[in-house]
Design a protein around this ligand. Structure first.
Ligand SMILES: [Zn+2]
Length: 208
């Protein structure tokens, strides 16, 4: 059983979405300083690195991350590759057969950006038409390979509203660089953060 880890390493070099707290592992106790053990405190955004967006992210009364169904986050997933650079549209997706897909992970040029600790505002997001297409075609989990599903600073955040409002869970911050398009088995397990709008997750794929 070979697992492909599509989560990004959480360290200080990880790019963060503007305004979000960077990852910081604070040394509280250290053996090297004469303490009885090594103990760290983790500081990070709930939307740092590979993470899941819950409906609560854009809807006050929406489900928090602890209420998301793990059954939905684990199972058959299709990795598709979109090579256009202007944002994923319905047209980009219409050539793909997603008729049997509940989980779709979108690989783009973004996956090549992870080696750089600078946040790239020109990352490829999902446009309003693309989000509508996914919801209309019964996709319940959408994964993207940078820090937001939204094209940077799109007024009204239509992709988030359409997806999360349409009952589709969003996984952000995947690294799909070494993953070929195709069908996999996905395991996505977000931290059980009660009432949170987002939660870091470990996500792995297994070729099915
Ligand atoms: Zn998020």
């Amino acid at each position: 059983m070979k697992l492909i880890d599509v989560s990004v390493p959480l360290d200080a070099r990880l790019p963060t979405y503007p305004g979000n707290a960077p990852v910081d592992l604070e040394a509280v106790k250290r053996l090297a300083r004469g303490d009885s053990s090594n103990v760290s405190t983790l500081h990070m955004s709930a939307h740092g690195g590979t993470h899941v967006d819950a409906p609560r992210h854009f809807f006050d009364h929406g489900a928090g991350t602890d209420e998301l169904q793990l059954d939905l986050l684990c199972g058959r997933a299709r990795v598709v590759e979109i090579t256009s650079r202007g944002g994923v549209t319905a047209e980009d997706l219409s050539g793909l057969d997603l008729s049997e897909d509940v989980r779709v992970l979108i690989k783009t040029h973004n996956s090549r950006l992870w080696g750089d600790s600078t946040f790239h505002a020109d990352y490829i997001g999902v446009k309003e038409s693309g989000a509508k297409y996914l919801v209309d075609h019964g996709v319940k989990v959408v994964g993207v390979d940078y820090l937001s599903v939204e094209v940077f600073k799109t007024p009204g955040a239509p992709a988030h509203h359409i997806l999360l409002g349409g009952g589709t869970i969003v996984i952000e911050g995947l690294n799909l660089r070494d993953v070929d398009p195709g069908v996999y088995e996905m395991f996505c397990l977000p931290l059980r953060l009660v009432g949170s709008d987002g939660a870091p997750a470990r996500v792995v794929l297994r070729r099915s």
